[in-house]
Design a protein around this ligand. Structure first.
Ligand code: CU
Length: 87
């Protein structure tokens, strides 16, 4: 549902601050949907993460969060799942 813009003059500024951020990573070693689930599960546990989208074929992992991501923490989560963050 869309909230009317006029209801809050500061809406644009607020949206800017709280806009979800997308971070794209490349993970090596995933071969099937189970791998994707494992990576999704581990990254989902990081604070601020609201969504994790994994494409097994390309190894692309798109993490949506409402806080800036710590790449080292993401790499650790990926390693915890048994894979390697390459980018
Ligand atoms: Cu697998």
């Amino acid at each position: 549902m869309r909230s009317p813009v006029w209801s809050n003059p500061d809406r644009l500024a607020i949206v800017d601050e709280e806009a979800p951020m997308e971070h794209t990573y490349i993970v090596k070693g995933m071969t099937c949907q189970h791998c994707a689930s494992a990576v999704t599960e581990e990254i989902s546990e990081l604070s601020g993460v609201t969504a994790v989208d994994v494409d097994v074929a390309s190894g692309r992992v798109v993490v949506t969060s409402d806080v800036p991501m710590d790449t080292i923490a993401v790499a650790a989560a990926v390693a915890e799942a048994g894979y390697e963050l390459v980018q």
